[in-house]
Design a binder for this molecule. Sequence first.
Ligand code: ASP
Length: 347
Amino acid sequence: MKILNNQCKHAFKLSLIMCGALLSGSAQAFNVQAHTQQQPIAIAIHGGAGTITKANLSEQKAAEYRAKLAEALQAGYALLQQGQDGQEAVIAAIQIMEDSPLFNAGKGAVYTYAGEHELDASIMHGAQRNAGAVAGVKTIASPIKAAQAVMNQSVHVMLSGEGAETFAKEQGLAQVDNQTFNTERRLKALQKAKQAIADRQTNLVKFQDYKFGTVGAVVLDQYGNLVAGTSTGGMTAKRYGRIGDSPVIGSGTFADNDSCAVSSTGHGEYFIRYQVAADICARMAYQGKTLTQAADEVVNGVLVEAQGSGGVIAMDSSGNIAMPFNTEGMYRGSIDIHGKISIKIYK
Ligand code: ASP
């Protein structure tokens, strides 16, 4: 009975009616097919948090962001509607944003101090808490796809640098020149960052000024699976093989069907130190907090106190969505369990 109850709780391929039938032994089990489609599905995505205000974003640019977020949401949602596993929806949504120069992931990724792009990505599936990540990769066309391959096709969780690239090649994943990720806008940001470093005679740049646009997705599929994924170019002018939170499971990405799925964006060092994604889910699991309470406590409480800027998108097993951020804006959007689409940029 415990196993059955658990199955029902996770709704693994079973409708609630099926669960009721299994538990009561009644003939209602025949309704499974008809009701499978009624399992709640939902998706939420982000395209980065930061000093995003109406004053520094033109109407036209804002419209471009909204259109791209809508495209990513719809791509992921369509797969959920077709009954695909949540990981496929996360990949589809993130790949659209990786391919867009608007975001700091894939094409449009920020530059390192050395003038290259080093990309990080991770994905976690909440059913078994399987996870995969790549860090500091330079020639993998879709880092999130490589993270998925690590999760599904390797015995490891995180691969980095050249080893990750060899693995991706062996998996038949598309490879590109590092310059493929170049954009004029991010090059200008690098030049500005280097100037600031020289002016301040420091090897650090003020975080707020030099990032934006990490991308992420969280979904609830019709089997009750929560899945989260994140992909980024990291921070402008990063050096010394710096890896942020995005590929770190528990910091940038976390998913557990028993609690929640989270994808983070913001000053990675703080998200690692405060284990932001896992902490939100732990507050739900161990303290009985709601998703909104847990996400808000961590983003607007713990992080603000620590002066860590950023935000998260989070979803629970009922498809509730929370998207708190402590910056001026966060590119974000969702399609909730009622099919209602919402896309926002500012506070
Ligand atoms: N969290 C990312 C990092 O620190 C950057 C971002 O989300 O904007 O690498």
